[in-house]
Design a protein. Sequence first.
Length: 247
Amino acid sequence: MTPPPPGTVILSPHFDDAALSLAGLIPRLPGPVTVVTVYGGEPASHHRVSWWDSVCGFSTAREAYRSRLTEDARACALMGVGSVALDHPDGPYADGTPLTAIDAYLAELPSDTLLLIPVSTNQSDHQKVRDRALAVTAKLGRATPMFYADLPYTGHLDEWGSAGADDALGRSHQYGLAYQDMASRHDLRLEHELTLTDEQWALKRAAVLCYGSQLAALTIDHGMVMARNGPLRAERVWAVGPGAKDS
């Protein structure tokens, strides 16, 4: 029997981004949910291991890729979501070609499937995914996707997890520039906000720990990323309202 089409698709730039950013909110999204990892392709054999993958403990690019695939399968099973890996290699192994696999995937997606993309706080690979998805959905005549706060990046805002988070993002030159860019082009309205309960945090923590190879490198820039009251403690999703400025 053919499986039903996804009710929600989350574009995750890398294998861990959906879990880091949305593991708590995923049960609230229309199901079934599919996580699509854009930089999910295998590196070409001539590539030396990247700095990031070396810090994560890997000796070769292929070893890192295969381990991350296994981690992702475990995490997605734990979160109860489907998974798709597009064929673009991760940033250090990319050849600079456009992210055309997004085009092909979205062209086959039912028009009523909810699409979530990163707002792209302080991460250039996330911005490339966001901008490609926005261009493709506009070309296809699809509704503008919802934006999710990509963590741990957005979560370093002092007001993160509070009622004043959006106002603070609108003022912050350190963590709010991507949000400000999208708000200048779209009528953003808060669709989902969640400060995780202890039970929800335990489930999210288990999912994030599936990506254990990445945690050592994440702590370099994000410190106590796994702390209960750290940058992963709250999640946020914005929809584009009917008064969209440029949809």
